[in-house]
Design a protein around this ligand. Structure first.
Ligand code: ADP
Ligand code: MG
Length: 249
């Protein structure tokens, strides 16, 4: 199967001493959704920013669709990587309508794109609405299709649910998975909630202190763990997730 992304030995330190990301190696098949899970400061955002080209690695290689976009000799600028990054706070332009937000940066097919993408998120009636009149969930869906309007090969989302309340989250998870699968793009997203990963992703990467502790399919995530530390982290993730569910009931 085609690989959308191949990463080899990727490292990044901000202060020259401690690695924010340390010799990370993984790859992902085209069309898959991967969740990057880890506690605060484990290097999740750094990994996404390196893939997007917003940060320069100290060493290692990144290939997107078989093409090197980052290594010791080459750093391709973000706009040439065919990667779309959705920010945590959605970052919609408040003075532009939903339609104008979606077509911002598009030169052609504006009308058709707005129609197609608003249909996809079942918000056909909101083309002329302003972001302030939208619910958090609507804002998030608009932020995602605004990025999809540019036809990225790979969609990156940094903590897409951190600004949404728990009830809204569970509703949106399935919807996001459906949207992304329908469009057929590949996606990597960050979360610290195991439920997000299980509901949305095909694969999971567990990060700790800048290192990948585990990279598996969702179904294999808690099977055959040979390492006590990983076992402890996964059991903590599970009990945190359970606690969230209890709060909802
Ligand atoms: P996460 O997204 O998992 O919370 P980050 O990738 O943001 O983790 O951070 C990983 C480590 O790098 C942390 O120790 C953090 O303090 C450090 N770090 C992140 N961004 C910067 C920066 N711009 N300057 C200095 N240190 C940073
Ligand atoms: Mg982060």
């Amino acid at each position: 199967m085609n690989k959308i992304i191949e990463i080899k030995g990727l490292s990044k330190s901000y202060d020259g001493k401690k690695d924010a990301l340390s010799s990370c190696t993984f790859s992902m098949d085209t069309g898959k959704i991967c969740a990057v899970v880890g506690e605060s400061g484990s290097g999740k955002s750094t990994l996404l920013r390196l893939i997007a080209g917003l940060e320069r690695p100290d060493s290692g290689q990144i290939k997107i669709k078989g093409k090197i976009v980052s290594d010791d000799t080459l750093i391709m600028p973000p706009q040439h990587r065919h990667v779309g990054l959705v920010f945590q706070d959605f970052a919609l332009f408040p003075h532009l309508t939903v339609a104008q937000n979606i077509t911002f940066g598009l030169k052609t097919n504006k009308k058709e794109t707005v129609k197609r993408l608003l249909q996809l998120i079942k918000m056909e009636d909101y083309a002329h609405a302003y972001p302030t009149s939208l619910s958090g969930g609507q804002e998030q869906r608009v932020a995602i299709v605004r990025t999809l309007a540019l036809n990225p090969e790979l969609l990156l989302l940094d903590e897409p649910f951190s600004n949404l309340d728990a009830g809204l989250k569970s509703e949106l998870r399935q919807e996001i998975r459906q949207i992304v699968k329908k469009v057929g793009t590949s996606m990597i997203f960050i979360t610290h909630d195991l439920y997000d990963a299980i509901d949305i992703a095909d694969e999971i990467i567990l990060l700790k202190d800048g290192s990948i502790l585990r990279n598996s399919s969702i179904t294999d995530f808690s099977k055959n763990i040979q390492n006590e530390e990983v076992e402890k982290i996964i059991s903590d993730l599970k009990s945190n997730a359970r606690r969230t569910l209890e709060l909802l009931d």
